[in-house]
Each structure stands twice: as C-alpha cells, then as structure tokens.
Ligand binder design. Sequence first.
Ligand SMILES: N[C@@H](CCC(=O)N[C@@H](CS)C(=O)NCC(=O)O)C(=O)O
Length: 219
Amino acid sequence: MVILGSPNSPYLRKTRIVAAEKGLEVEFRQNSPWTRDTLAPAYNPLGKIPVLILDDGQTLFDSRVIVDYLDRLAPEPVLIPRDGPERTRVLRWEAMADGICDAAQAYFLDLQYPEEQRRPGWMQRQQNKILPAVQAVANDLGKRAWCVGESLTLADAALICALDYLSFRLPEILDWRGAYPNLAAWADRMNERPSARVSAPPKRGEAVFEGQTFDPAVS
Ligand SMILES: N[C@@H](CCC(=O)N[C@@H](CS)C(=O)NCC(=O)O)C(=O)O
C-alpha cells in the first residue's frame, strides 16, 4: 500500500499516524496537489490528497475513509471503537479536528495570494471557527491523558494533526500552547510517540515543496 501526498498536510499525517499505530507497512509517496507534477488527479478525481493506493490498484480517499479502512485492516489496537457511544465521541473529535484543519487551510490558501487579492472577510470567518474550536477541544480534553477513554484513539491522532498544523501554518493567529497549557502538555506527550514523530510537519520555513510556486490553477 502507498499513501500519496504532502508531508505538509494534516489529513495525510492523520493517515500516517493511524497506519504506524496499527503496525501496518505503508509506503509514503511524497507529492503535492499544488504543483505541476501533481499525481493527485490521476488517483483521485477530486485532485486531493491523501490517497491510499491499495496493492490491487484501487484507490481510497478521503482521510476519513482511509483511517477507517486501516483501522479494520489490523485487529489491534482499535483506534475507532466499532460501536457504542465511544465510537460517536471519537468521530466527533475527528470532525472537530478536521474542521480546524479545513478552516486553517482555507485561511492559509488566501494568504498565498498577493495582499490586494485576499478576502479579509473570508479569512476572518475562518478565524472565527478556529479560535472557538481550539477552545472547545481544550475544554473537552481538560486534564485527561486521552481524548476518549483510557488509550489512544483516532481522536488523539486527529487532534495532534490539527494543533501542529496551526503551529506550522498559522502561528500568528493563535498561540494555542500559551493559551491552553493542558493542550501543550498533551501535545508534547503525543509527539513523543514514534507515529507522531515520523509524520511531524516540516519546520516552518522548511516546508516541502515551498520552493515550488503555489499555483491554485494547477489541477
Ligand atoms: N476532507 C479531505 C481534505 C483533503 C484536503 O483538503 N487535502 C488538501 C491538502 S491538505 C488538498 O489536496 N488540496 C488540493 C485541492 O483542494 O485541490 C480529507 O480528509 O482527506
């Protein structure tokens, strides 16, 4: 199996964390959806990454479908409870974390345009989602070690991807580490896991594909 996509992507990171936590061997093929050599449309008509390419050539997207597939592929550990209220809670955490990524990505994409072409109202709208959502996850997590239950689940994987993406792309709009020490302590622990370390986003300013011009017209 191959996961196709960019190490800058929080959705892709979520799939890599899940694959690693499940002990699955998945090759990571680095490719950006925003550059001329993008392979994304060849594997996903939506032109988005991550894509999971199965050994028989079938392709899976988006990240929620991929993590569900990977979680069922190996029996242990169960990262998405199979049923019951814990399943709903885990999926709600994922929706919240992915929603933070969606808003952060929308904001960041506007930032890529020359200042006179940006849409301040649109960016403000995204910020109005990110700030309360991060506050909500900080409140929900409280002092617990895990988002749901007594061990790592998809909720934790999704949350670390969202928080680190904010630090990577938009540190200027929210210092979540300063504002929420419980999240910072939790994130530091989470980032000690090999699955999180191996998939960590690049350092700011060292983003992969950064040298290549971002081109929204590429499809
Ligand atoms: N909901 C999707 C979001 C995927 C997504 O937005 N990926 C971005 C990269 S982080 C992308 O491929 N964007 C290219 C485009 O929108 O054309 C998922 O969870 O996989």
